[in-house]
Design a protein around this ligand. Structure first.
Ligand code: GAR
Length: 188
């Protein structure tokens, strides 16, 4: 099974996938890692691991649909069975989704449908929930919407900061992503 992983930032969840592949724990091939901006640590660490990388810089496109078209074609060039948004902080359009129907996965650091968006951990903490967690789902055109594949609950501790809570969630998120990838069949 071939996957392309899309990142916008540090790519620590991606690193866990790379480690699991290298140790033989996860039988997938990371065909490429793509980013929406230059200079991400996610791309840097992928290149260091010998994985092909590409950048489709959102800010260098005047029209969103042109960025989407380029992202779709760059991703499709690696013929992935699944595409994984792992901290990829951009919404893709229907062109992209139609190219990978039911095969675009997303991870989110909250128990969706609660606390979608770019600040899922901060929003859960601010609301005062006592349990939050992480979600892996099949992404659609919405913000952190789409059919849920798996979730793990994480308790919120009394002295949690956004950083401490996010780090504990990420420990579970990495396992959830790897377990979910392992459970997927290669599409025919
Ligand atoms: C992850 O926690 C991921 O769930 C989140 O960004 C983080 C990326 O961390 N994504 C979202 O919030 C999407 N709405 P990483 O770059 O260290 O893997």
């Amino acid at each position: 099974m071939r996957i392309v992983v899309l990142v916008s930032g540090t790519g620590s969840n991606l690193q866990a996938v790379i480690d699991a592949v290298q140790s033989g724990e996860l039988g997938v091939e990371v065909a490429a890692v793509g980013a929406d901006r230059p200079g991400t640590f996610g791309v840097e660490r992928s290149a260091a691991a010998g994985i092909e990388t590409f950048v489709v810089d959102f800010k260098s496109f005047e029209h969103r649909e042109d960025w989407n078209a380029e992202l779709t074609s760059k991703t499709a060039a690696y013929a992935p069975d699944y595409v994984v948004s792992s901290g990829f902080m951009r919404i893709v359009d229907q062109t992209f989704l139609d190219r990978f129907p039911g095969r675009y996965l997303n991870t989110h650091p909250a128990l969706l449908p609660s606390f979608p968006g770019a600040h899922g951990v901060r929003d859960a903490l601010a609301y005062g929930v006592k349990v939050t967690g992480c979600t892996v789902m099949i992404a659609d055109a919405g913000v952190d919407t789409g059919p849920i594949l798996a979730q793990t609950a994480v308790p919120v501790l009394a002295d949690d900061t956004e950083e401490s809570l996010h780090e504990r969630i990420k420990v579970q998120e990495r396992k959830l992503l790897i377990d979910t990838l392992r459970s997927l069949d290669t599409p025919t």
